[in-house]
Ligand binder design. Structure first.
Ligand code: NAP
Length: 166
């Protein structure tokens, strides 16, 4: 089984993805798309993104929740998640088959630190480009030099863009 590592994110025209550990916008259609695309797969996230999830969606249901933290003991009480200290080792083990995942897709769901850390591993990006510029303190890394746009779906106020690694 060949593993596909796919980043999924929503960023605005200033590359903002977050503000004060929350999303700067609410786009129900984008949330629905996120849930439908990632359902049944493993999702990899940083500890801050995990803690930013609304209580009823933490852990994200019907997905394997993999959380990256340097202090796994602090998340030991949380059930329904697997805590790892090294995202890159985890992806390497999943790619080699040594670490079994529920499917052939591993979704990288943020935030900024985890996107930056895992960018060299991405095969695809599902990016929602939100119109306008928002106040924010978390940003999506530059990826454009290594990826090509293969799909675009335009909506009022946002676009769904799909990129593949060149
Ligand atoms: N728009 C979107 O698509 C989207 C998606 C996801 C998140 N977000 C936003 O992004 C923001 C959060 O992003 P963030 O960059 O602040 O945090 P993050 O990437 O979610 O999590 C950061 C945490 O990951 C762990 N970590 C990072 N690098 C590590 C490494 N090399 N080794 C081990 N653990 C490591 C650390 O956890 P410990 O501190 O526990 O060690 C660190 O504090 C929020 O505003 C959120 O709403 C937006």
């Amino acid at each position: 089984m060949t593993l596909r590592v796919i980043a999924i994110a929503a960023m605005d025209e200033a590359r903002v993805i977050g503000a004060k550990n929350a999303l700067p916008w609410s786009i129900p259609e984008d949330s629905r798309r996120f849930f439908s695309l990632t359902k049944g797969h493993a999702v990899l996230m940083g500890r801050k993104t995990y803690e930013s999830l609304p209580a009823r969606f933490r852990p994200l249901p019907q997905r394997r929740n993999l959380v990256i933290s340097r202090s796994p003991a602090q998340l030991a009480q949380d059930s329904g998640i697997e805590v790892h200290t090294c995202a890159c080792e985890l992806i390497d083990s999943a790619r080699s088959g040594a670490y079994a995942l529920p499917s052939d897709k591993l979704w990288i769901i943020g935030g900024e630190q985890i996107y930056r850390l895992t960018l060299p591993y991405w095969d695809e990006i599902e990016l929602t480009l939100v119109s306008g510029r928002h106040e924010g303190d978390a940003f999506f890394p530059e990826f454009e030099n290594n990826f090509t746009l293969v799909g675009e779906e335009v909506h009022e106020g946002y676009k769904f863009l799909r990129y593949l690694r060149v």
